[in-house]
Design a protein around this ligand. Structure first.
Ligand SMILES: C[S@@+](CC[C@H](N)C(=O)[O-])C[C@H]1O[C@@H](n2cnc3c(N)ncnc32)[C@H](O)[C@@H]1O
Ligand code: SF4
Length: 410
């Protein structure tokens, strides 16, 4: 089962935001995240808020059903319109994520996007992404998405090696994600991402090199590469505890990250966030950039998080409880917090330090500034940008980003 949500103050039944959250809203870009909480099977490493048919059986009944899901989510988009009022901002990005969005009919995803378009309007150059599992799409499905307005797609490839896919409980076969990239290009998608995972128990350097080469060879314009995180409560964590598979190793993660940087940069990709590389600025994921830069986004769906003008809230996690709230005319919000100036300062450092553009030194206090100076001396932050007032990670700094950030927020 997915992990728990944070506590917070209650969200009012009508979902209303404090007036200050909407002040100056026109100056901030607005994005939508639409969550689809279903998967055919659960990958052993994953603790995202997603449910298999077996996990849903008996809990939530018809309310939690996939068949009604698009309509339920559209109810929340309409609620968003009421809460945000006559918001003049056309939506810059829509990102449908999961779970496995492509378990729904392509027409459902197109209708969900249509609701955002009808209620808010989309910017002319809006980035419209969906995540997709490689085994769950075909050319006809992709053509429907493209015709319905999607222009970016992100496939969960994870690895090119069968034995690694098996440890991860992936159900697609090696080669299928690369074929998906070709099918997405043929369908007319402008931007295609492949997600990779490194450091899986049993993965060798050679396996990782082969995965990188296969991903690059498929011709995406974006690659995300994540170190495998062993999340508490997952099947993978239990298997490691029982000694059935070895624990992941931080040194291996560092080596694999360096291999990723090497292979990807040779192939014409540049990093723009610690785990993300693109072939051009146009290939970057604008939706994630909205998160990283503290813009406004509305996350619709069970367990989805939202942020508008310094108010962060999150929805109830279970699809049955989510649908029940909306059916009763209530906000599905489970809790919220009003971010203080200090919360926002810390959050900006956490997120912006991971970006190629780095974070302004003006966000740091005396101790953080002293730590930044030391980090330059240790080769973890770049000297040039530091002189110009920014903290930007070096390649070695990217390997140690979490530790550096802890020192800088002091
Ligand atoms: C929420 S998943 C949704 C994508 C899609 N369902 C799929 O798996 O193909 C987004 C990405 O998160 C990454 N991910 C999920 N759990 C992870 C973990 N425990 N460690 C590292 N990466 C993880 C995977 O690369 C995955 O493709
Ligand atoms: S398919 Fe994606 S979202 Fe579903 S369990 Fe696997 S990694 Fe998680």
């Amino acid at each position: 089962m997915p992990s728990a949500l944070p506590d917070g103050e209650p969200v009012p039944d009508d979902g209303a935001l404090p007036a200050h959250a909407l002040a100056d809203a026109a100056d901030r870009p607005l994005g939508f995240y639409l969550h689809v909480p279903y998967c055919a099977t659960r990958c052993g490493y994953c603790d995202f808020n997603t449910y298999t048919a077996t996990e849903l059986r008996g809990s939530g009944g018809v309310l939690a059903s996939r068949d009604n899901y698009a309509e339920t989510l559209i109810d929340e988009v309409r609620l968003a319109r009421k809460v945000l009022g006559d918001d003049p901002r056309p939506v810059r990005t829509v990102f449908v994520g999961g779970g496995t969005p492509t378990l729904l009919a392509a027409d459902d995803l197109v209708r969900m996007l249509g609701a955002v378009r009808d209620e808010f309007g989309l910017a002319d150059d809006a980035e419209i992404t969906t995540e997709a599992n490689p085994e769950s799409v075909d050319p006809a499905y992709l053509a429907t998405l493209r015709a319905g307005g999607f222009n970016r797609i992100s496939f969960g490839m994870q690895s090119a090696r069968q034995h690694v896919l098996q440890i991860l409980d992936r159900t697609h076969t090696p080669g299928r994600p690369e074929a998906c990239v070709a099918e997405a290009r043929a369908a007319g998608f402008d931007h295609v991402n492949l997600d990779l995972i490194y450091g899986t128990p049993g993965e060798s350097d050679d396996d990782w090199r082969a995965s990188l080469d296969a991903a690059i060879g498929a011709g995406p314009d974006h690659v995300s590469a994540y170190a495998l995180i062993v999340e508490e409560g997952t099947q993978l964590a239990r298997r490691i505890r029982r000694g059935e598979v070895p624990m992941t190793d931080d040194d291996v993660h560092a080596d694999r990250y360096l291999m990723a940087e090497d292979r990807l940069s040779q192939a014409g990709f540049s990093w723009y966030e610690v785990s993300n590389w693109a072939t051009s600025e146009a290939g970057r994921c604008l939706h994630n950039e909205l998160y990283w830069r503290g813009a406004d986004w509305w996350g619709a769906g069970p367990g989805a998080h939202s942020h508008v003008g310094g108010v962060r809230w999150w929805n109830v996690k279970h699809p049955g409880a989510y649908a029940g709230a909306l059916a009763a005319g209530r906000s599905p919000g489970a809790g919220r917090e009003l971010l203080s100036e200090e919360d926002r300062r810390v959050e900006r450092i956490l997120l912006e330090l991971r970006l190629l553009s780095g974070c302004p030194l003006s966000l740091l206090r005396a101790e953080g500034l002293a730590a930044a100076g030391r980090a330059v001396g240790e080769g973890l932050l770049q000297a040039g940008p530091y002189e110009a007032g920014r903290a930007v990670l070096t390649l070695r700094g990217r390997l140690l980003a979490d530790g550096i950030v802890r020192d800088l927020v002091d």
